[in-house]
Design a protein around this ligand. Sequence first.
Ligand SMILES: *[C@@H]1O[C@H](CO)[C@@H](O)[C@H](O)[C@H]1NC(C)=O
Ligand SMILES: *[C@@H]1O[C@H](CO)[C@@H](O)[C@H](O)[C@H]1NC(C)=O
Ligand SMILES: *[C@@H]1O[C@H](CO)[C@@H](O)[C@H](O)[C@H]1NC(C)=O
Ligand SMILES: *[C@@H]1O[C@H](CO)[C@@H](O)[C@H](O)[C@H]1NC(C)=O
Ligand SMILES: *[C@@H]1O[C@H](CO)[C@@H](O)[C@H](O)[C@H]1NC(C)=O
Length: 389
Amino acid sequence: MASIAALMLLIISWRNISYCCGLKVDPPEELVIIDPGHFGHLEITWSPPASLINMTECPVLYQVEYFNSYRNRWTAIRTSRRSYSAQFDLMKDVRVKVYTLLSGPCTNGTMIMSTNYTELIQKPPAGVVGTAVQDFVCVFHNMEYMECHWGRSSKMPVNSEQSLYFWHKKLEQSEECPKYVISGGVRVGCNFTGTYLPDFTDINFCLNGSSREGTLKPTFISLQIQNHVKPGTTEKLHLKTVPDTQLEIHWEYPNEWIPGHCLEWEVEHNQEGPDGKITSKQILTKQTSLALTSIHERDCFRIRSKLHKYCADKSFWSEWSHPSCHLEFTPEPEWNMVCVYITIAIIAVLLLSLCVGVGFKVKSRQEKKPDPLLTTLFAQNSALTVAEA
Ligand SMILES: *[C@@H]1O[C@H](CO)[C@@H](O)[C@H](O)[C@H]1NC(C)=O
Ligand SMILES: *[C@@H]1O[C@H](CO)[C@@H](O)[C@H](O)[C@H]1NC(C)=O
Ligand SMILES: *[C@@H]1O[C@H](CO)[C@@H](O)[C@H](O)[C@H]1NC(C)=O
Ligand SMILES: *[C@@H]1O[C@H](CO)[C@@H](O)[C@H](O)[C@H]1NC(C)=O
Ligand SMILES: *[C@@H]1O[C@H](CO)[C@@H](O)[C@H](O)[C@H]1NC(C)=O
């Protein structure tokens, strides 16, 4: 009931402001959309209605309503200027309505709004059907360099070539991709290494092209690069045991480009129990260290990171780091060393006996009598060596 009452009130007050003092306000005229070639950043201009041109003592406002296809809803603003700029998705209809609002002495102090509006609808550009790109993905690697990739539609005519253009507020004119990524002889991406792209502002892209069948349907994309970050892979991951069966892991920031407070981490902990069963669990943290109390037969960790929501609307996960493992019940280290020593000793004895054996043969040929002690010591070994050889 309350909402209906509110609605009625709104309609009454709407009526009140639409008409006053025997005066009817006309909507603006000459509504035009100016496209400076910035791929969706459009300027809308209009002129005041002719009936108001001589009413210079009364303030005039305009209410601009446009369909925001990114958010799928109408947006309204009021301005005293005769133009307004906004970002539009050029792949959808551009729809704009402008009303006139008049106040001041002409309206006895109330604000009245034109009952009608001036409207303009702009259709998306034409092109060969089905050639618009669906999967356009940009990744801002490590906040160092940006790369965009796109898939090729199956309806893409052969011998068609696509081109990527971009624009942002710091550029007067749009520019073409500085370095295309080529795969299978066709352009599949753009490498923006060494090209400055500002963050926290829209970067508009246009992927267009031509073919023998005609112009390809252009694809327009608008994005902000801070929402496309993929942090670098964590390389330094350290494990440390502390008394009372505690395991401490700590890791380092992958680089200096991303502010440390913007990263959150996922630690994957794989535990191997005595029965060989592996259990896996994920831990999310904002710290760069983690202490765990339970130590199993074998504990393995790997880490990945992303920007958390206080720094960006969205982010890609980094690649996983190499796993780092801790073995609890390894064979006694002394035993390991004993094995190594024994192996070395055996090899040494074999090598020595081989040398002595050869030396002995040479000496025999030279008709020199060998040292009796050596002979007795190595006779058996040299015989063995000769037999083996
Ligand atoms: C203007 O408003 C005053 C007071 O609200 C009222 O007395 C007067 O009749 C109004 N004039 C017109 C032209 O509507
Ligand atoms: C505005 O005023 C000018 C001269 O003062 C006049 O020629 C013109 O017809 C007027 N326009 C309207 C719409 O009343
Ligand atoms: C409102 O404007 C449209 C065109 O913009 C026109 O066709 C229509 O007749 C107008 N309505 C009124 C009540 O003036
Ligand atoms: C992008 O360009 C940079 C520098 O020219 C190069 O080092 C890098 O490998 C390129 N990336 C790809 C995917 O081609
Ligand atoms: C693609 O867009 C650019 C920039 O607006 C333009 O210069 C070029 O002519 C367009 N190419 C085609 C084939 O439409």
